[in-house]
Design a binder for this molecule. Structure first.
Ligand code: PMV
Length: 318
């Protein structure tokens, strides 16, 4: 018997960085997915293999290496099931790693969902998110939890640290997200630490900005619920300026953001930690290819993606 699962990547529409200090953020799942298959194996080792990361086996108490976070997510499922099992897990992902699209959370969520399906354990999106969050904690240190929530639930998520993620009811049928990769590698953990350090040095300047970012996220939520994408785009542009004020933009990211706006995007901004990684442009569906073409000459890669209503899903195969 074999179980397979998939989980989507994510794009933060508004509120990254501010979310770390308790402001709300809004993120959407996009139809670029990570997949996992799980099969029962002899003994109690969990062997995880990936084309990019190779293969590693984990027993009770073992740890370390690039595949270890995936094992941590699987272990969370064992805890819930009240038993371990020998497993062979294969993971693969279409989500570019290290670019702010939540690839590690999606891989962990897919692995958790496939394992749970194989063990016959029904899981809620919240439970899958918790397993993925355990894996993210190994990858990022102190993640807000937004990536695990979005990849598990799908759709659009209103996320506030410490509160249950809320699904926003919005119809994304008329819009597309165009993502453009700066090609610059960065570390989310280091950028989060730098922003927090800047805030610590200038609280009287930055606390009002954090308050404004919280107001912005609330307005963006209402605009999404009304289907007012012109306003969502405008708020994304404002949010980009706020992220620049926090010091996480650079010349390449600005070039991409302005090229997207000039090509007709409703709004464009850094998405994720900044410093490199990706920008996101919100576009009417009919404008998306034009915006992507304008970006393709100056970006390391561009992706046109619809919002995915489907979060982590799993099936049992014969
Ligand atoms: O890892 P990324 O690039 O998707 O961005 C993380 C978003 C932050 O708000 C900067 C950090 C967090 O944990 O929410």
């Amino acid at each position: 018997m074999k179980a397979s699962a998939s989980a989507p990547g994510k794009v933060i529409l508004v509120g990254e960085h501010f979310v770390v200090e308790g402001s709300p953020a809004i993120a959407v799942a996009v139809d670029v997915r990570a997949r996992a298959t799980a099969e029962a194996a002899e003994g109690d080792l969990v062997t995880i293999s990936s084309r990019e990361l190779g293969e590693a086996s984990f027993g009770p108490g073992a740890g370390g290496g690039p595949l270890y976070p995936v094992y941590v997510a699987v272990q969370e499922i064992f805890k819930r099931a009240g038993r371990r099992a020998g497993l062979r897990l294969t993971i693969e992902s279409d989500i570019p790693p290290g670019a702010g699209m939540g690839s590690s959370a999606a891989v962990a969520a897919a692995a958790a969902a496939a394992t749970a399906r194989l063990l016959g354990l029904p899981l809620s999106p919240d439970e899958i998110a918790q397993a993925a969050l355990a894996a993210e904690t190994i990858v990022h240190g102190k993640p807000s939890g937004i990536d695990p929530a979005v990849t598990s639930y799908g759709g659009a998520i209103y996320f506030k640290r410490g509160a249950k993620p809320e699904r926003i009811s919005a119809d994304f049928g008329r819009v597309r997200l165009v993502l453009a990769d700066s090609g610059i590698q960065r570390s989310t953990g280091a950028l989060v630490a730098r922003v927090l350090e800047t805030k610590r040095r200038h609280p009287e300047v930055l606390e009002p900005l954090y308050k404004a970012a919280a107001n912005l996220a609330e307005k963006a939520r209402s605009a999404l619920e009304r289907g007012d994408f012109a306003t969502v785009g405008e708020l994304m542009n404002i949010n980009h300026g706020m992220l620049s004020a926090l010091g996480v933009s650079n010349a390449k990211l600005e070039e991409l953001v302005y090229a997207a706006r000039e090509a007709g995007a409703l709004g464009a901004k850094i998405t994720g930690a900044g410093g490199g990684g990706m920008i996101v442009a919100l576009c009417w569906s009919e404008d998306a290819e034009r915006v992507a073409r304008a970006l393709s000459g100056i970006a390391a890669r561009t992706i046109v993606a619809p919002v995915s209503e489907k979060g982590a899903t799993s099936t049992l195969e014969g």
